[in-house]
Design a binder for this molecule. Structure first.
Ligand code: ATP
Ligand code: FE2
Length: 353
């Protein structure tokens, strides 16, 4: 991740600088949210502000989302700084989501981060977005060494720390869990109500489902596939022979059972004592309850990241920036290009013993 030749250790800094400058500002812009968070070096989250791009219809259009981010960047930055009561000159490091994500969105965040770091003459740290989802979950729940299910609109993976990195024990072979729910919701004509995500609309209808409809269940080894499930559920929807509530219920039961099965296998294999659920789909109560059952069966503690930090947010980037920087890792400007497919298992995490 961060080439060692470029490491600048805090240990080499003058003592005064180390003591006085202890805030990291983190910028998140991988997809539809532009977020800015401020974290202290001791793990306090002083601000977590964001502004979301909501498409008029359909899924995210990357260039439209990037334009949105450029338009709101100034306001979100100012909101975060005033919420934290921190002046730009008090910042010691700027962190940004370097990947994975949508190119135009990532580039907008990276440009803001580079401009800030250059203007303030402070270091820049490129953060892996998936690592950040895990680290903020650990910070906010107190778990130390979990098997993590990270499920969002663009990612679905089961990870655990082993030999210096978060290893991927299982993942989706096609679409992500959140995307599966969102696409089905759109096909069913469900809308973002009062800013509520589409997944939440599916969850609400699912609670009124009574009949479990037979649908594809695809776990291959440690990986899973959701696209066939989505196609089959959508086909039944358009045939009109099933209640929408029953389809939402059955879609959730199948999809959540698949990710739970993979998580359980990773737990059995690693013998870890904690399970962490993170990413936007972590808000779902049915998914939480399935995971909590398997955790209990393996004598592991189940933890879910608080909602504010489950979806994409700047605070998780700021906090992961702190972890990296405190371990002497910085990203020189010339290496701060965005990485659209930056996998979690390619990232060294030297702050974990
Ligand atoms: P990433 O880059 O991590 O993939 P993202 O912007 O796609 O980011 P998040 O902001 O982490 O994803 O999460 C958004 C997803 O979470 C959406 O797919 C949304 O429908 C889903 N979601 C939110 N609330 C719920 C819920 N209650 N039940 C199921 N899914 C939910
Ligand atoms: Fe995310």
């Amino acid at each position: 991740m961060y080439p060692l030749k470029n490491v600048e250790s805090m240990k080499n800094m003058p003592k005064k600088q180390r003591k006085d400058k202890t805030y990291c500002l983190g910028i998140e812009s991988t997809a539809d949210d532009f977020g800015v968070g401020i974290a202290s070096f001791t793990g306090e989250i002083l601000a977590n502000k964001s502004d979301s791009y909501i498409p008029a219809e359909g899924g995210i259009h990357p260039r439209e989302a990037a334009r949105h981010h450029a338009e709101v960047a100034d306001k979100v930055l100012n909101d975060a700084l005033s919420a934290a009561g921190v002046k730009p000159r008090d910042l010691s490091v700027i962190a940004f989501s370097q990947g994975p994500g949508l190119g135009p969105c990532l580039r907008t965040g990276a440009t803001v981060a580079r401009a800030l770091a250059s203007y303030l003459n402070i270091p820049l740290v490129g953060v892996n977005h998936s690592v950040a989802h895990i680290e903020i979950g650990k910070l906010k729940t107190g778990v130390v060494d979990p098997v993590t299910l990270y499920a969002s609109g663009g990612n679905t993976m089961v990870t655990a720390f082993e030999s210096g990195r978060y290893r991927v024990f299982g993942e989706t072979l096609d679409i992500a869990l959140g995307n599966c729910l969102d696409v089905f919701a759109r096909e069913a004509g469900l809308k973002h109500k009062k800013g509520l995500p589409l997944g939440a609309a599916v969850e609400r209808l699912a609670t009124e489902g009574k009949n479990l409809v037979s649908l594809p269940y695809v776990v291959k080894g440690m990986d899973l596939s959701l696209s066939g499930l989505l196609t089959a559920t959508t086909a039944l929807l358009h045939r009109g022979s099933c209640r929408l509530e029953d389809l939402c219920y059955s879609l959730q039961e199948n999809a959540f059972s698949m990710v739970t099965e993979v998580t359980e296998r990773a737990l059995a294999h690693t013998e870890k004592e904690e399970v962490l659920l993170t990413g936007g789909v972590a808000a779902n109560k049915r998914l939480q309850s399935m995971l909590s059952v398997i955790a209990q069966e393996h004598d592991a503690r189940f933890n879910v990241v608080p909602l504010e930090f489950a979806t994409d947010n700047g605070a998780m980037i700021a906090w992961t920036g702190v972890l990296a920087y405190r371990h002497g890792l910085v990203t020189p400007l010339e290496e701060s290009f965005v990485k659209l497919r930056w996998r979690v298992d390619k990232v060294d995490v030297p702050w974990i013993q």
